[in-house]
Design a protein around this ligand. Structure first.
Ligand SMILES: Cc1ncc(COP(=O)(O)O)c(C=O)c1O
Length: 497
């Protein structure tokens, strides 16, 4: 059996390090009771240390009751661990709380320390409720899975080249070509395939931008409310955050001018569908923002995460396409139009930043899996992507209307809906005496999952605002969900105006 042990000659004595690592494996259940441990000879050989060092560690573990020897057979993890061990708190695996990191003896970097102290690092909600309005998921059951499977199997067997490292850290070249073609047509983005870096979703694009363009204490302006996962990346890289309010026309660009004494390096915006309010950045504001960036030398991060879903109005061209001074870093993703576990996004870079981002991507994770990139290329080139988007646009449009009607018919003037012209969610304000937590708890007891918008605010301003995702739920579920919400909240607790 191989057990990963890493010994460091500059710290504790080797027998102590071996003892502690084996003990941690036993306590976390990675070496369950009854597991046979390598002999002292085998362990010494595999770690290239003396057998007496290994014997010293094993003896300590034997004397403390973690290990037991079976004569003639070998050494095993004790089947009956001492009581005090069984009652000790299990070592936390997975996300844990940030505080756990401080209690280890490892010294954290500045990034690690900030992350350890950061509250509310979101992760995917397990969604135990029968119907969840939590935002984020597209309609998985509408995804053309048979087609995807057949493309996967076709590319999987066509050659074995995809098994090797890619020679293209920027991403599979035909995919970059297909994306360049698609976004220049659909979003008026102005780029060549050579400016596109394929990333592990929006999140990696933001992470690379932080690593390459931001130093601790640099200032980043961002929409408030805004996308929490972006804000957390900025914050953990030590940036100073400058919250800029949004209204019905998106970011209030004139507020940036109040900060002429600050060296703002970056502005993060979601112009097509402001997250979470749903406002669309108007054309005059787009031009104003670009002019401000050109004048101050700041760069704009344009996160175009769900611009494909617009209902009614004609789409406004991407900021990137209007830019004349290489001020925009444009990010797109397939998380909403296809599925989030694909983990494929793209960053359109000004030409002069391409070489440094290519290096950073290679150092960070080499490149994305080649097979999925090949399949996605074919999916786009054969017209399946745009067909799927057209189909989903009409499904989501219908769902959006159903949700809207259900909310108004149950809650009337006690409900205000924002940002219903695009995307896969709306923002809803409920006028009630109940607190947000009470609303969420009551809804959950009726099998309805709700998501408060409050964590998306840097400066808390509004209460009882909720993000209602409608991508995942079908029309019946949307109607039933709102009916249950109404029952859960009970009309008589609603404020009279
Ligand atoms: C504002 C915003 N940007 C981007 C994304 C997508 O992130 P990713 O591409 O990392 O899945 C989301 C998903 O919820 C989002 O809300």
């Amino acid at each position: 059996m191989d057990i990963a042990i890493s010994l460091n000659t500059n710290s504790l004595p080797l027998h102590q390090q071996l003892y502690e690592q084996l003990r941690a494996y036993i306590l976390t259940g990675k070496l369950p009771p009854g597991t046979r441990i390598p002999s002292t000879r085998a362990m010494a050989k595999s770690l290239n240390i003396s057998r007496s060092t290994v014997t010293q560690s094993y003896e300590q573990l034997l004397s403390e009751g973690y290990l037991e020897t079976v004569i003639g057979s070998g050494t095993y993890v004790c089947t009956q661990l001492p009581d005090d061990l069984l009652h000790s708190k299990p070592v936390e695996l997975g996300f844990g709380t940030g505080k756990d990191a401080h209690s280890t003896r490892v010294r954290l970097s500045q990034y690690g320390k900030i992350l350890a102290d950061t509250e509310n690092v979101p992760r995917v909600h397990e969604g135990k409720e029968e119907m969840s309005f939590r935002y984020g998921r597209p309609a998985f059951n509408e995804f053309p899975i048979k087609l995807w499977r057949s493309l996967l199997s076709q590319y999987c067997s066509a050659s074995l080249n995809w098994l090797d490292y890619s020679i293209e850290p920027l991403g599979y070249k035909p995919l970059r070509g297909a994306i360049a073609n698609y976004i220049s047509r659909a979003r008026a983005v102005n780029c060549t395939p050579e400016q596109i870096l394929i990333t592990n979703g929006t999140q990696q694009a933001l992470d690379l931008i932080m690593r390459l363009l931001i130093e601790p204490d640099n200032t980043i302006a961002l929409e408030d409310p805004g996308y929490l996962s972006a804000r957390l990346i900025f914050q953990t890289h030590g940036a100073k955050l400058l919250p800029i309010p949004v209204d019905d026309n998106g970011l209030i660009v004139s507020k940036l001018e109040n900060y002429s004494n600050q060296d703002i390096r970056l502005v993060y915006v979601t112009p097509s569908h402001q997250f979470p309010t749903g406002a669309v950045l108007s054309l005059p504001r787009r031009l104003e923002l670009l002019a401000w960036a050109t004048q101050t030398g700041a760069l704009i991060i344009e996160d175009d995460y769900d611009s494909e879903y617009r209902y009614g109005d004609r789409p406004i061209p991407a900021l990137q396409g209007l830019d004349k001074s290489e001020s925009v870093l444009y990010i797109g993703t397939f998380s909403k139009v296809l599925f989030p576990s694909l983990r494929i996004g793209y960053l359109v870079l000004p030409q002069n930043l391409v070489p440094i981002f290519t290096r950073a991507k290679w150092l960070s994770d080499r490149h994305l899996p080649i097979l999925e990139q090949q399949v996605l290329t074919e999916f786009i080139e054969q017209g399946h992507l745009e067909r799927h988007i057209r189909k989903m646009r009409s499904i989501y449009d219908r769902r959006r209307q159903v949700l809207f009607q259900a909310l108004y018919s149950h809650f009337g003037e006690k409900v205000t809906v924002f940002g219903d012209k695009a995307g896969l969610h709306i923002m809803v304000h409920l006028q009630t005496h109940l607190s947000e937590n009470e609303i969420i708890e009551r809804a959950a007891s009726f099998g309805v999952g709700m998501m408060s918008a409050s964590t998306q605010y840097l400066i808390p301003t509004c209460k009882n605002e909720f993000i209602f995702g409608y991508g995942e739920l079908n029309e019946q579920q949307l109607i039933e969900g709102i009916r249950r919400l109404k029952t859960a909240l009970n009309t008589n607790v609603f404020k009279s105006i």
